[in-house]
Design a protein around this ligand. Structure first.
Ligand code: AMP
Length: 392
């Protein structure tokens, strides 16, 4: 069954209960980055223009762990939305507040924002009763929260059972699914993936899936060291857990392993706070730790990327938060911007790097969901999206 999106159906006069990802960073009672709310506006504006009778907005914010925590209130989100939409946005006392039904019965009430779903432990537990309460607010369900669609939570998953043939995806979800599908189904070749970051164990499933699908898999960041060690190279004090070392050995035994490209030089120091030094060999000198890929590795990676037609990137090439160890990551970010290929960045630190390098506008698609995009690559699907397609 095909996934239907909000622009493929008429929603005029309907009560629409819609899940978004308004999980924005807040500092000193101010939203410091409104990207996630802004990404939801096309769907919200479309629904309002369509003439829905009520729009009930749902989201989580932060990790209140099932308790009411004032700093995680959606109040600031509601204020921002009201200003952007130029309409009143009523924030409820809680997502299960007994007064919501009466509120929705008032003709002049249009847009209602439910207070943080994760103030209720039932949200993450996918509690049936909680699903039923959320579902009771609408005739139609919309999911535009791509970043949480890998979770089987009440508002992203369980709720769908109450909307047989009345559950739709929003525009952000559509963009994400269309972009990621270009990678998971028939990527234009050569297809090159760059995976970096701290640990192999965190991304083992992604690596296993990618190594089969790609032409080259470039590995940077701390996760390169267990592979180098497994190849008999010296990694000295670099991050390399026993668990990651075992995983690296296993991956290197696979028939696709020759597609893997590892760093050939490094930027090292004796500690994270130490003086950065260049290490021109693959082997890292005793007492030193690798914190970034070196210029020869950047050149090698660029050579593999040069002819690529599809590129996926997740995870930094080094401890890029520290200026002295950020060059490898920044160089790769800039290289991606210059290549004529379909380029997709899968959330998290690689997104900060691409934003910091000032070339974000040259990337074909920057995913709003780190965990969700990785899981989509692994499975070709997410529970929340599958529910929209097939119901529960
Ligand atoms: P991840 O969330 O798995 O993508 O990992 C990102 C984190 O890995 C960032 O905080 C980086 O600072 C860290 N990281 C990447 N490379 C290294 C390295 N060579 N040594 C220490 N930390 C690293």
């Amino acid at each position: 069954m095909a996934l239907k999106y909000v622009d493929e159906v008429s929603l005029q006069g309907k009560r629409v209960v819609a899940r978004f990802d308004f999980n924005v960073p807040i500092k000193n009672e101010k939203i410091t980055d409104t990207t996630r709310i802004d990404s939801a506006l096309p769907t919200i504006n479309h629904l309002l223009k369509e003439g829905v009778s009520k729009l009930i907005l749902m989201s989580h914010l932060g990790r209140p762990d099932g308790k009411r925590v004032a700093k995680y209130s959606l109040k600031l989100v509601g204020d921002y939305l009201a200003a952007k939409l130029n309409t009143e946005v009523i924030l409820t006392e809680s997502a299960t507040d007994g007064g919501i039904k009466q509120l929705l019965a008032l003709p002049k009430v249009k847009v209602v924002l439910l207070e943080n779903l994760r103030f209720h432990p039932e949200e993450e537990e996918n509690d049936p009763e909680f699903c039923k309460i959320l579902a009771s607010y609408g005739d139609v369900y919309v999911n535009d929260a791509f970043g949480t669609s890998h979770r089987k939570h009440a508002s992203t998953y369980g709720i769908v059972q109450y909307f047989k043939d009345r559950a739709y995806g929003g525009f952000l979800l559509k963009q994400e699914v269309q972009a990621l599908t270009k990678i998971t189904e028939t990527p234009t070749r050569p297809f090159v993936a760059i995976v970096g970051g701290a640990k192999i164990s965190d991304k083992i499933k992604t690596i296993e899936r990618l190594i089969v699908a790609v032409d080259h898999l470039l590995i940077g960041g701390a996760m390169a060291y267990p592979f180098l060690k497994a190849q008999g190279k010296k990694v000295a004090k670099s991050l390399c857990s026993d668990n990651d070392f075992e995983l690296a050995k296993k991956i290197l035994q696979q028939s696709s392993a020759p597609k893997m490209v590892l760093p050939i030089d490094h930027i090292v120091a004796d500690s994270p706070e130490g003086q950065a030094q260049s290490c021109t060999s693959i082997d890292i000198p005793e007492g030193m730790m690798g914190f970034d890929i070196g210029p020869k590795s950047v050149a090698l990676f660029k050579e593999k990327l040069a002819t690529a037609k599809t590129i996926f990137w997740n995870g930094p090439m080094g401890m890029f938060e520290t200026e002295a160890f950020s060059k490898g990551t920044m160089d790769i970010a800039r290289a991606l911007a210059d290549i004529k290929a379909f380029t997709l960045i899968g959330g998290g630190d690689s997104v900060s790097a691409i934003n910091k390098s000032g070339v974000a506008s040259k990337i074909s698609h920057i995913s709003t969901g780190g965990g969700a995009s990785l899981e989509f690559i692994e499975q070709g699907e997410l529970p929340g999206i599958q529910a929209l397609k097939f119901g529960l």
